[in-house]
Design a binder for this molecule. Sequence first.
Ligand code: 8YV
Length: 324
Amino acid sequence: MTQKPRILVTRRWPDAVERVLAERFDASFNAADIAMDAGALTEALRSFDAVLPTVSDRLPASLFEGSDIRTKILGNFGVGYNHIDTAAAKARGIVVTNTPGVLTDCTADIAMSLLLSVARRAGEGERQVRAGEWTGWRPTHMIGTKVTGKILGIIGFGRIGKAMAKRCHFGFDMDVVFYNRSKIDLAEATRYGARQLDTVEEVLATADFVSLHCPGGGENRNLINARRLALMKPEAFLINTARGDVVDENALIEALETGVIRGAGLDVFEAEPNVPARLRTLENVVLLPHLGSATQETRTAMGMKVVENVTAFFEGRELLDRVA
Ligand code: 8YV
């Protein structure tokens, strides 16, 4: 690289990664660390050779209009990229990369912790203790649902779905069934203690816990709607660490309020960071602020993966994680 490419990092990243970015590129950081609006992103696409967005940056087709776009690569910090209109980016010749692989375990860990917390009523219990409202042990106090030995249903058997299957099958003796758009090799499914079913509906009707691990946007938008929620067992739980828009949030709230399902553990929401008040008042939910990949190790690895991709791009090398 003769002249360093101008890059914009839209949020603050782990220190170690920011140091590498600052060394390798003419890097600008969003010091305020607040989500950038459409105006700021439009301007960024015209001023920087690379923009490194996160899930908090919406990049719809309208932002890629006009002839004065300078950006050549969007190095997305995250595996999910449904906040970027990749077709529109591609049409402008803009490359998009993501960060698969490095956040698999931590995201599956958060799904597991949501599953355990909502089944065993950990959030409710914690609120009770903190409020000084615990009146003492008794045999019928805050009775939850046993996890070990139950049936897990996975929607989307990619890296994170498989990691979740592994945890549940080998750690919690669960039978695992899953739906995946394409056929998964039997030996591969068996390696994770899992069995493929033909339809989303079959998985919903079979499982005691349904965990979503498919991409957001496109045809998965509102995949879990009122009709499909009604197929779940009334004592079943829904876990979502994928994307908020995979679930029709209003239908889910209705289902939780009326006992169509027992509970839900959610790390993602339709209009983050806005979580509907009705959802926040429910006791049968555990709600997290999109923490799936939020560990020091993983966020650093994600950042370094973006650095690798963007460096390779400007050095004219093969890109490992190109999505458009
Ligand atoms: C990230 C995620 O924190 O990678 C993803 O798709 O959902 C999260 O783990 C987020 O996307 C960062 O942009």
